[in-house]
Design a protein around this ligand. Structure first.
Ligand code: MLT
Length: 279
């Protein structure tokens, strides 16, 4: 499959990156990487580079992020994002695919499970949570959305960046810090606001967890303070048969902070779950 492509869906041109042969999905060896907030598909560069032989990896830019157009929606609910992803899978004639979502990408994965459970062949939940926001959390999101729209985005991004990385990443991985900053700075104020508002409205997914019937791996950075290991453990306890991978010296974005370890865990899990050569 070509490395980068675009499709028009629900009023916007949406862009995705791909690695591996298009036909791999027919053999059940395909994975959809869903980025978090406020990132884009570049978050998954190390995963696309390391895609095992015979596997297809897709990494879309969610609506309004990266190279995808914003469209007309004033709020990016998880439902809006999930419908785009189902449209992408339909376009590529992919019936079933493993889904790996990081943080907001995990909230979207829960929405995919609600809307199209038959499309999800296996699940990786990285640095995410099933619970909805409480009132204070929702209010903070609405304040951030208003702030982004009134010129405060650079300050919001700077304070977020501080919280995302592990102490080891902040102190001794300057290229990781720089790459994450670059990815975040590509976010427009309006997309930041629309997604923050959409996340505030997301439903609680706790009740969904015991109903998950596909192989599931929960991954979390040991130093994640945004969605900490306690959240990951409570999801593992609730999802039948789920495994847990805690990645040392990583914060909220282990795919970027410890890519080799993340890839070993995720692709190893996918090999066991779906077969094929995970390299
Ligand atoms: C993310 O990384 O997607 C965000 O931290 C999610 C959130 O703000 O809940």
């Amino acid at each position: 499959m070509e490395a980068a492509q675009t499709i028009r869906l629900h009023g916007a041109n949406l862009h995705w990156e791909a690695a591996g042969p298009a036909g791999a999905s027919a053999a059940g060896r395909a994975v959809l990487f869903i980025h978090g907030f406020p990132f884009h598909s570049g978050l998954w560069a190390a995963q696309l580079e390391a895609v095992p032989a015979g596997w297809l990896a897709l990494a879309p830019d969610l609506r309004g992020f990266g190279r995808s157009q914003p469209g007309h929606q004033t709020r990016y609910t998880m439902d809006v994002f999930a419908r785009d992803l189902i449209g992408l899978l339909d376009h590529l004639a992919i019936q079933r695919i493993a889904v790996c979502g990081l943080s907001m990408g995990g909230y979207i994965a829960f929405e995919l499970l609600r809307q199209a459970p038959g499309r999800v062949a296996a699940l990786v939940l990285s640095d995410t949570r099933a619970r909805a926001d409480d009132d204070a959390g929702r209010a903070a999101r609405h304040r951030a959305a208003a702030g982004a729209r009134s010129g405060e985005l650079p300050a919001l991004l700077a304070s977020l960046l501080e919280r995302l990385l592990s102490p080891v990443s902040r102190e001794s991985r300057p290229r990781t810090v720089e790459r994450l900053r670059e990815i975040m700075q590509a976010t427009s104020p309006e997309s930041f606001a629309r997604a923050a508002t959409g996340m505030a409205e997301r439903p609680d997914s706790s009740e969904l967890l015991p109903q998950i019937r596909v192989p599931t791996l929960v991954v979390v950075g040991a130093d994640d303070t945004v969605t900490p290991p306690t959240e990951a453990r409570s999801m593992v306890d609730a999802i039948p048969g789920a495994g847990l991978e805690v990645i040392a010296e990583a914060g909220h974005v282990p795919c970027l902070e410890r890519p080799a370890t993340f890839n070993r865990a995720v692709y190893g899990f996918l090999q066991d779950a779906m077969g094929g050569d995970a390299g």
